[in-house]
Write a protein that binds this ligand. Structure first.
Ligand code: NAD
Ligand code: WQD
Length: 334
């Protein structure tokens, strides 16, 4: 029996493939490569020394997807495939509703048709909207504030409805905080297409000299140094959280929700300082007004995942900054 990973060629999915393979699981990857590259599949094989089936298929292609489920013995699905750029989702909401929600429905139908009833879904801390307090617990009110976030929230609701209608499902919803970093080998990591929006890829672009300086969005937040605070989590810790979640949901049907974060918040200036110190590079920066839609502070209460999954993040901010830069130097420096 294999575990099928949708979006397994992407940033988080590729790291999850490595962790599942390293732990001895058989995997199958389905990815249409809309935001990734075929070479990642070979890189996963290089790191792990293991082979697996890869299907270059769009999960919205019901016929092909159902064929994959008929052709293979699938135990469970880890569902990463989807679009994730907040700004783009505001400009092109239909594209996001179609791919994220349409893709998930097509996937759930294919699973149902083949009696596969275990799924772990990539949700996001974005479903908490603007939290009234931090740290954020799983039972906080949900209120997404952009189309991307609403796709995640709607998918959570679809999954909950599915479980309510048929209590045989085993469903794990993982709300990621801010994944950064890369695999220690420097072979896989985050490779954004076009100009990145997220902080760490932008810091790396400045360190590479592709950008003159980093734009720091806002220095008047009610935080220690006035810049935004986030819960950055090493992508390998995050990937391992999926194994813990999968092994948990396997035991008993249910609808389970977990935050995957470290529980620690770091400001933009702390990220810049740490990145410069551990990598010996300079990150010039300039303050700009706040970015619309940003919250002052967002970090997880990770207790539920620790208590119920036996999982907690172990990498430090230093590790995250070192590993992110190691990947960039090995793969993106001219
Ligand atoms: P990514 O873009 O690197 O990976 C997504 C993968 O899915 C890509 O390889 C892409 O080609 C594939 N894909 C997209 N649509 C598809 C479709 N219709 N059919 C088949 N494959 C498709 O993104 P990521 O950072 O690895 O994120 C993975 C998941 O985690 C996404 O669902 C994202 O919304 C969620 N998430 C990401 C973050 C983050 O900051 N990176 C935070 C919270 C949640
Ligand atoms: C982090 C901090 C910025 C860039 C986003 C999505 C969220 C999730 C993760 C998918 C903030 C500041 C950033 C820059 C800056 N994705 N910043 N200059 O906004 O917490 O979350 O990615 O689910 O849904 O909204 O992450 O990395 O964009 O920003 O000052 O050039 O860095 O203001 O305080 P964010 P981020």
């Amino acid at each position: 029996m294999a575990i099928l990973l949708t979006g397994g060629a992407g940033y988080i999915g590729s790291h999850a493939c490595v962790e599942f393979l390293d732990k001895g699981y058989d995997i199958i990857v389905v990815d249409n490569l809309v935001n990734s590259d075929k070479s990642v599949i070979d890189k996963i094989k290089t790191i792990t020394g293991k082979d697996f089936k890869f299907y270059e298929v769009d999960i919205r292609d019901k016929e092909k997807l159902q064929g994959i489920f008929k052709e293979n013995k699938v135990e469970a699905v880890i569902h990463f495939a989807g679009f994730k750029a907040v700004g783009e989702s505001v400009l092109e909401p239909l594209k996001y509703y179609d791919n994220n929600i349409g893709g998930t429905i097509s996937l759930l139908e294919a699973m149902k048709g083949s009696n596969v009833n275990k799924i772990v879904f990539s949700s996001s801390a974005t479903v908490y909207g603007t939290p009234k307090t931090v740290p954020i617990r799983e039972d906080f009110p949900l209120d997404a504030i952009n189309p991307y976030g609403r796709t995640k929230l709607m998918i959570e609701k679809i999954l909950k409805d599915l479980y309510n209608a048929d209590k045989c499902w085993h469903i794990g919803v993982l709300r990621y905080f801010n994944p950064i970093g890369a695999h220690k080998s420097g072979i896989i990591g985050e490779k954004p297409q076009g100009i990145p929006n997220n902080l760490m890829p932008r810091v790396c672009d400045v360190a590479l000299g592709k950008e003159k300086e980093l734009t720091v969005w806002g220095n008047d937040y009610p935080t220690g140094d006035g810049t935004g605070v986030r819960d950055y989590i090493h992508v390998v810790d995050l990937a391992q959280g999926h194994i813990a979640a999968y092994e948990k949901i396997l035991k008993k049907p249910g609808y389970y929700v977990y935050n995957l974060g470290t529980g620690k918040g770091y400001s933009v200036l702390e990220i810049i300082e740490t990145f410069q110190r551990v990598n010996g590079v300079k990150i010039p920066y300039k303050f700009y007004p706040r970015r619309p839609g940003d919250v002052a502070k967002c970090y997880a209460d990770p207790d539920k995942a620790r208590e119920e999954l036996g999982w907690e993040a172990k990498y430090t901010l230093e590790d995250m900054c070192k590993d992110a830069w190691n990947f960039v130097v090995k793969n993106m420096a001219q």
